[in-house]
Design a protein. Structure first.
Lengths: 302, 298
């Protein structure tokens, strides 16, 4: 999604002149076009993310729209207090962009993964999170963020290979209809359902995609499905704490919706202490492949 | 301690800022403002039974210098050492930005003037500071933002010396020097005391001027309680800014709790409120010191 993001921001820059792009010294062979286009509005702040976030707050105070780019944990966790105090408390429209949400950086290991970024950002006031799913989503999310008066976090990941027509980026989208179980997911991990090699199982699943946090009110169609089907599965490439499962559980309780089963599929971290690709880590957490299939079969069967 | 009025050029040369800047009348007027600001915030601290008195006494002259002898209406000040905000509130009353009666709500329930700078939308307080190590970055962002707009504005940031422990302060210093943000002035309230002791015992900062110069700052040292010295430092900074080759930093050598014997140069003056006798003593000592200054001026 990184290339889509760069193209989207260049397009946005051509339409409005208040953008400032800042990088925490990452983006080799990816953001050079941004540098060429943005001129003095391209700032490499160095490996100094705390300063970068406070600089962005100052820039926003002066009427600019700063976009801050780094590897996800370095743009949301390292400068967390600066985000809270200088950006969110002051309701400033600073746009954080984290590449490699979840296990996106794969074999680079745990330091470069972001399994708690959504939880961390969800806890903040005046912050909206954008989680694109497909390549076209990125440009649409960037366009939404550009007019969103709140601070934002854009979680980039690898594009999900989802077959068929998909509606434009939105807070809620139904990706497919299904007979028995309602699945709600965030981000490209949803693509793993389409690779299970089990058409009968896939037919069972009605799949919904969340695009933004805080969760917007559930669409009536989704509420009706949950009421009728009674089995809910959430999936996210993120720890359980603070993630989609907790957010949806709370939303259901608020509406008085009580499914007969509620299963949160989420990142388990590093249970074996071993490392691998993004896909390898997803499989170890039961978010892909045979592990995911087995967990879904259990939900559908029970 | 380094001599007042020394300045270190960004290339490492050592110079002297010079003496005698400003007229005697100007210096006397500034001293009178400082005396008035101090009386206002001492009353606030007494009414609130609150601490951080030493922090405000440390920087009162610096705030008065900026408000009355340096900043223009389009300029911006960030008090990174937010725990001295009582001095800033008092200054804003002195400057007719806030109403005097607002100070009576300091520390009160439901106040708009809490113990550290609030998110309040006041142009004079652009950020809620006081979490140490943020101010210089915020100021640099605003300075960069004004430069991108092509606006001729100046930005002033007052940090404590204790917050020079924070890595983020040095991230900001690298950035300000690298981008040559000459529309920014960094003032350091060098009272040599931080939360739990003397800076040189907790996490030594010296040689501070050499550190800043090596980062690329034009460094001016001054006596932070003497308007003669502060005006000379201002002029040295203006001169350096006009050259446009390096951002400027002023190390204002100050005394925490300055001017009040039981508070001077003590860690306790960061924390403790005054009882009735101490408050009276503080007022008496400030008044007699000010009277002496006026006599000298005449």
């Amino acid at each position: 999604m990184r290339d889509e993001f760069v193209r989207a921001l260049i397009g946005l820059h051509q339409r409005r002149r208040d953008l400032v792009f800042m990088t925490g010294d990452v983006g080799y062979l990816a953001i050079e076009a941004l540098q060429a286009t943005f001129g003095d509005r391209f700032v490499n702040a160095g490996v100094a993310e705390q300063n970068m976030v406070s600089l962005a707050a100052g820039l926003a105070r002066e009427g600019h729209l700063p976009w801050l780019y780094s590897i996800a944990p370095f743009v949301v966790l390292r400068p967390y207090e600066q985000i809270r105090t200088d950006v969110c408390l002051h309701k400033l429209p600073v746009k954080l962009v984290g590449n490699g949400g979840g296990y996106g950086y794969g074999i680079m290991g745990a330091t470069h993964h972001a399994l708690e970024d959504i939880g961390a950002m969800r806890a903040l006031p005046n912050m909206r999170i954008y989680v694109p799913l497909t390549a076209p989503d990125v440009e649409q999310a960037v366009a939404s963020m550009a007019v969103d008066p709140l601070a934002n976090y854009l979680r980039l990941n690898s594009v999900a290979p989802i077959p068929g027509e998909i509606a434009p980026f939105a807070a809620w989208r139904r990706l497919k209809a299904g007979r028995g179980t309602v699945v709600v997911g965030a981000g490209p991990v949803l693509g793993n359902f389409y690779e299970l090699g089990d058409p009968a199982l896939l037919d069972e699943l009605e799949i919904w995609c969340v695009g933004t946090f805080p969760l917007e009110e559930l669409p009536a169609e989704l509420s009706a499905s949950i009421r009728a089907k009674r089995r809910v599965v959430t999936i996210e490439e993120h720890y359980g704490a603070g993630g989609l499962g907790e957010a949806l559980g709370h939303a259901l309780l608020r509406q008085g919706l009580c499914p007969s089963s509620f299963t949160s599929l989420h990142a388990a971290g590093y249970p074996s202490g071993r490392y691998g690709s993004q896909r390898w880590h997803q499989e170890e957490s039961g978010l892909a492949g045979a592990g995911l299939r087995a967990r879904l079969q259990k939900v559908v069967r029970d | 301690m380094a001599r007042p009025d020394e300045q270190y050029f960004a290339d490492g040369r050592l110079g002297v800022a010079g003496n005698g800047a400003g007229t005697a009348t100007e210096r006397a007027a500034l001293a009178a403002r400082a005396f008035s600001v101090k009386k206002r915030f001492l009353a606030m601290y007494k009414r609130a039974n609150a601490g951080h008195i030493g922090s405000s006494l440390s920087c009162a002259e610096l705030l008065v210098l900026l408000q009355y002898a340096w900043m223009r209406p389009q300029d911006t000040f960030i008090l990174s050492k937010g725990h001295a905000v009582a001095a800033l509130y008092a200054l804003l009353v002195e400057a007719n930005v806030l109403e005097a009666r607002a100070l009576e709500t300091f520390y009160g329930e439901g106040t708009l003037l809490p113990a550290l700078p609030p998110v309040n939308g006041l142009k004079e307080i652009p950020f809620a500071t006081g979490s140490l190590g943020h101010g210089l970055s915020l100021c640099a962002g605003m300075a960069l933002g004004a430069a991108l707009h092509g606006r001729a504005r100046a930005f002033f940031c007052l940090t404590s010396d204790g917050e020079l422990d924070a890595g983020s302060t040095w991230e900001a210093a690298l950035f300000v020097a690298h981008r040559k943000l000459t529309n920014l002035v960094w003032l350091i309230d060098r009272n040599r005391i931080q939360g739990m002791g003397r800076t040189e015992d907790v996490l030594a900062l010296e040689p501070l001027a050499a550190k800043l110069a090596s980062f690329g700052f034009h460094v001016v040292e001054a006596d932070g309680h003497d308007f003669d010295s502060l005006l000379a430092a201002r002029d040295a900074c203006l001169h350096a800014q006009a050259r446009g080759t390096a951002p400027v930093a002023i190390i204002a050598n100050t005394v925490k709790g300055h001017g009040i014997r039981f508070m001077q140069d003590t860690v306790a003056s960061h924390y403790l409120p005054m009882d009735d006798a101490q408050y009276q003593q503080a007022l008496d000592e400030l008044a007699s010191a000010h009277a002496a200054t006026e006599r000298d001026a005449r």
